[in-house]
Write a protein that binds this ligand. Sequence first.
Ligand code: PMV
Length: 322
Amino acid sequence: MNLPAHGDAGGKVILLGEHAVVYGRPALVAGVPLRLSVDLQAGVGPRVDSDAVRDDDRPVQLLRAAARHFGIDAGELVATVRSALPPGAGFGSSAALVIATVRAVAAAAGTTLSGKALLRLGRELEATFHGQSSGVDPAAAALGGCFWYALASHAAVGGVPAHRDASDDVEPPCVGSVPLPRPLSLVVARATGPRRTGAAVGGLRERWTADRPRYDALFDRVAAIVARGTAALASGDLPALGRAFDDNQAVLAELGVSSPAIDDLVAVARRAGAFGAKLTGGGAGGAVIALAADPTSLATALAGAGATTQTLVVDATPAVAA
Ligand code: PMV
């Protein structure tokens, strides 16, 4: 085994389309400049020492599964995880852990994965954390940059074409890299402590199963909003992107994945003059993202309402489909 070994991965925010993406509609995602790293050393394992995840055996299960995939002995692996991504806040910390772990274990096994294989394995292993998953989070962790993502095949979303190359023989997923005319500053406000995406995804699945026509129509509304928002982002039209945030938030509330704490922060952001605001990720708590001409005064207003805020500049490096 090649030890020590290292792997890392970035966090993300979902700009538009969370939840509907699990049902084949596109989502718009942006990498953020916060990373998670995994360092592997020889020792008595499998063991994971983490500043991010405590009282949780899933990182060890993940290490075991990744070691099995690459045919190495997890019993000899001790992992140290360092993360700038707050867990359970919609920044994709579990997916970043999955991708960083896979990269580190692959390095220990003396191999690397093709982009497509990394996406496939990342999606499979992310199920350890989220149950039913679209794979958008591991894709963001693996690719970085700003892109639309869909499980179903799309030629283009919002005028942004799907990435195609010789390795694109297997769908899903379908990915289109969104060029940013200029860096995008997003204000992120955390409404609550950590919450589990899997519970929100599972609850929505039950409601969808009970009334498919209603929920499929809501997912179609989200798809139209994602197309509009993607076009707005690609052309640098922040007011139009903000309107897409607001419209998406209205549908997310109808889907039953918002929460009183989220609704309050969205209202504060709008009163403070935001172009738009919405939850990001699994919802049912977690974080709100908001767009404004003046991110500093928006962040101050949200902090005044008791939220932990952060202004993040979205990673403008183009994502390249695997
Ligand atoms: O991991 P989070 O909280 O950023 O949310 C994941 C996005 C969902 O659409 C809710 C689930 C999925 O697998 O796409």
